[in-house]
Design a protein around this ligand. Structure first.
Ligand code: NAI
Length: 320
C-alpha cells in the first residue's frame, strides 16, 4: 500500500506508545484514523492532541479481548466513515515479567488473551468485512523480537508474540488473492507506557506468580525509556515497510543478521553438538552481561525485584 490519503485506519492500542505514534504518522499521511483502546485516559489525552491539530481522528473505548465489544467497534467504524477500514493495525499489547515456572493460569490467560487472541479477534472481525468491501487493503500487527527469542522470564509474552509471527505469515499468504497486504513489525524496545500494563489487568485474572508492584513498574519503564525507540520514528519505519509490502519489519541495523542468529539457535538445538554449542553461547552472553561495567540495562531493574517471582513463592531459584 503506497497511497494512504482518504483511507480509514483502525489502530488498536492507539491511545498510547507505538499505537499513538502510528495514529500520528498515518493521520499525517491523510488517513481517517480510529484509535481503539481500553484506557479512557489514554484516549482522552490522545484526542486532545489530535483536536488541536484538527486531525480526522475518532476514538473508541473497547477491550479487544471482548468479541462483542470488537464487533460493536467495527459497526461504529462503518457508521462513522461509511466503510470498514482499509488499514488495520493491531498494536495493543500488554506484558508481564517473572520466571516461567512461577506463571499462573491467569498470567497465561491474560497475556495470551490480549497479545495473541486480541489480534485474532481483530482478524476474524475485520477480514471478512474488508474482503466484502472489495477495496483491498493492508493489515499490520505489532509482534516483538520476543516472538523470536523464547524468553524464560516473559514466557506468556514470548509465546503470544511467536504465535502472532506465525499468524501473520499465514494471513500474508491467505490474503494475497484479495489484494490485502500483511506486515508484522517486530521491535526490540519502545519508549511507551507498557510498564503500566498491570493497570489494565482484569480482576478475574489478577492472580499472578510474578513480582509486580510500583517499584518494578518504575524500573521497567526506565528500561524502555532508556533503550527504546521513539514511537513516531517506529511508526515511520512501519509505514515504509507497508509501502514496500514487507512481511517482517525488524527495526534494527542488520535484520538479516538478527534472523540468521534466530534460525541458527533452532538449528543448533536440533543436534547434540549444536545444543552444547548453543549452551556455551548462552553462558558467554550471561558472563558478558554480568561483568562490572558490562552493558546490562536490566541490572537496576533486577535490583528492584523486576522479573522475579511473587515474594511468597519461595521454591523458585533466584540465581539467574
Ligand atoms: P503502551 O502501553 O504504551 O500501549 C499499548 C496500549 O494498548 C495502551 O494504551 C493500552 O491501554 C492498550 N491496551 C492494553 N490492553 C488492551 C485491551 N485489552 N484492549 C484494548 N486496548 C488495550 O505500550 P506499547 O509499548 O506502545 O505497546 C504496543 C505494542 O508494542 C504491544 O503489542 C507491545 O507488545 C509491542 N512491543 C512493545 C515493546 C516495548 O518495548 N514497549 C517492544 C516490542 C513490542
Amino acid at each position: 500500500m503506497k497511497d494512504f490519503a482518504g483511507k480509514v485506519a483502525f489502530i488498536t492500542g492507539g491511545g498510547s506508545g507505538a499505537g499513538l505514534g502510528q495514529a500520528k504518522v498515518f493521520s499525517e499521511a491523510g488517513c481517517k484514523v480510529v484509535i481503539a483502546d481500553i484506557r479512557q485516559d489514554h484516549l482522552d489525552e490522545a484526542m486532545a492532541w489530535f483536536r488541536e491539530k484538527k486531525a480526522d481522528v475518532h476514538a473508541i473505548r473497547m477491550d479487544l479481548t471482548n468479541r462483542e465489544e470488537y464487533a460493536a467497534a467495527a459497526d461504529e467504524v462503518e457508521k462513522v466513515y461509511g466503510e470498514p477500514p482499509q488499514l488495520l493495525i493491531n498494536t495493543a499489547g500488554v506484558n508481564a515479567f517473572g520466571p516461567a515456572e512461577a506463571s499462573t493460569f491467569e498470567d497465561f490467560d491474560w497475556v495470551i488473551g490480549v497479545d495473541l487472541f486480541g489480534v485474532i479477534n481483530g482478524l476474524v472481525t475485520f477480514v471478512p468485512r474488508m474482503i466484502k468491501a472489495g477495496k483491498g487493503g493492508y493489515i499490520a500487527t505489532v509482534a516483538s523480537m520476543s516472538g523470536f527469542m523464547a524468553s524464560p522470564t516473559c514466557t506468556p509474552y514470548s509465546v503470544a508474540k511467536a504465535g502472532v509471527v506465525s499468524l501473520m505469515e499465514c494471513y500474508y499468504q491467505a490474503l494475497k488473492p484479495y489484494g490485502i497486504g500483511v506486515s508484522c513489525l517486530c521491535p526490540g524496545g519502545i519508549k511507551s507506557n507498557i510498564a503500566e500494563s498491570a493497570l489494565t489487568r482484569p480482576e478475574h485474572l489478577a492472580n499472578t506468580g510474578y513480582n509486580t508492584n510500583e517499584k518494578t513498574m518504575a524500573a521497567e519503564r526506565n528500561i524502555y525509556h532508556t533503550v527504546g525507540l521513539d514511537p513516531v520514528d517506529l511508526a515511520k519505519i512501519l509505514k515504509k515497510g507497508i509501502e514496500e509490502e514487507q512481511l517482517y519489519i525488524l527495526p534494527v541495523d542488520n535484520p538479516e543478521e538478527m534472523m540468521r542468529n534466530t534460525l541458527e539457535r533452532f538449528i543448533n538445538y536440533a543436534t547434540p553438538e549444536g545444543t552444547r554449542k548453543q549452551e556455551e553461547l548462552a553462558a558467554q552472553r550471561r558472563e558478558g552481561m554480568n561483568q562490572p561495567g558490562g552493558a546490562n540495562p536490566f541490572a537496576e531493574a533486577h535490583e528492584a525485584g523486576w522479573g522475579k517471582a511473587r515474594p511468597d513463592i519461595t521454591w523458585v531459584k533466584d540465581d539467574r
